[in-house]
Design a protein around this ligand. Structure first.
Ligand code: M6R
Length: 609
């Protein structure tokens, strides 16, 4: 996830810009840059790699100025490279901009600006912003920014400055955080609190739609052209708490970030009311897809569970056989695949050794490889023929949460894309699913808003047991697999997931003494069967915790405890049903006093076979 720092005041800007960026390093990045205004000119320095490399590249140079902006970039549009790094400038180099987020209509804007003679030097969406501001600039930077802002679609936190209207920094925000810090010697922008610690004692979080004009004397915030009173908070957090966004653990922060991560994953790829999925320039085109007669999905751990969702939905959507494989088994089985097989590898880190080895084996056999990963230019991204990035942002907790939901979302997008290529679904059906995908981030947020207490109470009960069982049917079963993994890896409760119908073939013998049976029950056509399975467990003294869609009276009449989720299309249920399961694992782990973010014996990225 990108980071922003900005300063205008009495002191030299460079030391804060570098230190501010360093405090944002925990967010993850692949390049960094600064822009500083001095005596009528903006100097820009950009460098791929760590901030230390940027420092090395400017060592010995005099970069003076008391007004500047800086950025750490986590690539989304365009590979990590010096020319794609921020700050970006307009064609004449008079306006500099740093930006977090995704400008969805950047191709349209870029085309328009190119027609007017503006030139672009990067592959980024960001570069349209300085050029658009330049196009609107008639001597007043604020007026130009407001005019340009009205043309931007997507998410942004951006700060800009102009050598033709110096003495102020202007910040805008829509769906990406931007914070204003008030210091004794000047004022500050940052995308997150850690950058401001030690520099300011109070701050304001800019709200969506607001524009902040910052000078060395003060800050004015505008909404629709009128100045508004800012809400100023005292800065009391220490660095550790600030990096966790005020949450006790990274895992909780990452769970709560999911609406934003899902929006980023969708951004620019679908449009409400349209049937088209834009996944960039995939080599997997209609001609290639025509020949595909089997899909193999390969991954480890949580990513393997995301593949399982893929299997169920691709078989429904595409009517192509799908195999799901554990990467560490796959390569030694001499798997049967050829150029007619599409191999989809899924990996958050893009560095998992087992998955990488499986990829190599599939590639050797002539299969087309499509990777779904969170990390730009990771080994898996580099080795694959095609890549879809999940855009979850850096995930620090060992237990994967936002990486899973964005993997599943990317799997849906790919499914719709392939269905369109193969003509397997009618456009109206695709459009209905796209419209519902659009609503999913808000529905995830609604779970946090309405169900947190219920989920916490469930987790506290489950935490008192040493065993737990997760059951479900169809897409509810594949989410049960992920729920069980989450619970065991961070709370150390022994947890198993079963297809609900399988319980009676052996495992029912273990359902005694109020053992928790967490039952995922959203698939309408299987509801009656699911109720029978719940009854089987309850009769043996199992304690039933159900996850169901709101307005389902049948479940509440049989389960002991119910968490209700906003209704969605049954096909898309996994993105919602997994949320309470992640939270149950989290709160159970907290109650048992386990190390939530760094569970024993586990590593975030497993680079050995
Ligand atoms: O980086 P990857 O997605 O390839 O990692 C795969 C697994 O190691 C990972 O999902 C692991 O299972 C998580 N700790 C689960 O929360």
């Amino acid at each position: 996830m990108c980071g922003i720092a900005g300063y205008i005041g009495e002191k030299q800007a460079l030391p804060f810009l570098i230190n501010g960026l360093k405090k944002l390093e925990y967010r993850g990045y692949d390049s960094a840059g600064i822009a500083i205004y001095h005596e009528g000119r903006i100097e820009v320095r950009r460098q791929t790699g760590k901030i230390a490399e940027l420092e090395r590249s400017i060592a010995g140079q005099t970069i003076e100025g008391t007004q500047g902006i800086a950025h750490t970039r986590w690539a989304t549009h365009g590979v990590p490279s010096n020319r794609n790094s921020h700050p970006h400038r307009d064609t004449d180099g008079h306006i500099a901009v740093v930006h977090n987020g995704i400008i969805e209509n950047y191709l349209e804007l870029r085309g328009e600006l190119e027609d007017k003679g503006y030139t672009f030097t990067s592959e980024t969406d960001t570069e349209v912003i300085p050029n658009l501001i330049a196009d609107c600039f008639k001597g007043d930077l604020l007026a130009a920014v407001e005019e340009a802002k009205a043309r931007l679609r997507g998410s942004y936190a951006a700060v800009c400055m102009s050598q033709d209207d110096p003495g102020r920094l202007i910040g805008i925000r829509q769906d990406s955080p931007l914070i204003i810090g008030y210091g004794d010697d000047g004022n500050y922008f940052a995308s997150d609190i850690p950058a401001l610690i030690g520099y300011v004692k109070s701050y304001t979080v800019l709200k969506n739609g607001e524009t902040a004009v910052m000078t060395k004397e003060g800050v004015t915030i505008y909404v629709d052209g009128s100045a508004v009173e800012p809400e100023v908070e005292a800065l009391t957090m220490d660095l550790d708490a600030a990096e966790k966004g005020g949450y006790e653990h990274f895992m909780l922060k990452e769970i709560i970030e999911q609406p934003r991560a899902l929006k980023d994953c969708l951004s620019g790829r679908i449009s409400y009311g349209k049937h088209v999925v834009d996944l960039g320039e995939l080599k997997l085109n209609a001609a290639k897809m025509e020949k595909i007669n089997k899909i193999v999905m390969v991954a480890c751990g949580t990513a393997y569970h995301a593949c399982y969702v893929g299997r169920y939905i691709y078989e429904k959507m595409l009517r192509i056989p799908v195999e799901v494989e554990i990467a560490s088994e796959f390569r030694y089985r001499d798997p049967i695949l050829d150029e007619k097989t599409l191999t989809i590898v899924v990996s958050q880190s893009g560095e998992t050794a087992d998955t990488l080895a499986a990829l190599a084996e599939a590639k050797r056999k002539g299969s087309h490889i499509l990777a779904i990963t969170n990390v730009w230019e990771s080994s898996i991204a580099r080795e694959a023929h095609d890549v879809i990035y999940t855009r979850a942002g850096l995930e620090i907790a060992v237990a994967s949460t936002k990486a899973y939901t964005t993997q599943v979302l990317a799997i849906y997008l790919l499914g719709l894309y392939m269905a369109e290529l193969k003509g397997k679904m009618i456009r109206r059906e695709i459009q209905t699913i796209i419209n519902e995908l659009y609503r999913l981030p808000d529905k995830v947020q609604k779970i946090f808003d309405d169900q947190l207490d219920t989920i916490k109470a469930m987790a506290e009960k489950i935490a008192d047991h040493e065993d737990a069982f997760f059951i479900g049917r169809d897409l509810d079963y594949v989410v049960a697999l992920e729920g069980a993994l989450k619970l065991k890896e961070i709370s150390y409760i022994h947890a198993e997931a079963y297809a609900a119908g399988e319980l009676k073939h052996g495992t029912l013998a273990l359902i005694v003494d109020q053992v928790p049976v967490i039952s995922v029950c959203t698939q309408k056509i299987l509801e009656e069967k699911m109720i029978s399975n719940i009854k089987e467990a309850q009769t043996r003294d199992g304690q039933i915790f159900a996850i169901a869609f709101e307005g389902d009276p049948v479940i509440s009449s049989v389960a002991d405890h119910v968490c209700y989720l906003p209704k969605t299309n049954d096909l898309l249920a996994p993105i919602l049903t997994v949320i309470p399961l992640q939270l149950i694992a989290y709160y159970a782990s907290v109650k048992r006093g386990a190390d939530v973010d760094k569970p024993r014996n586990l590593a975030k990225s497993v680079t050995v076979e």
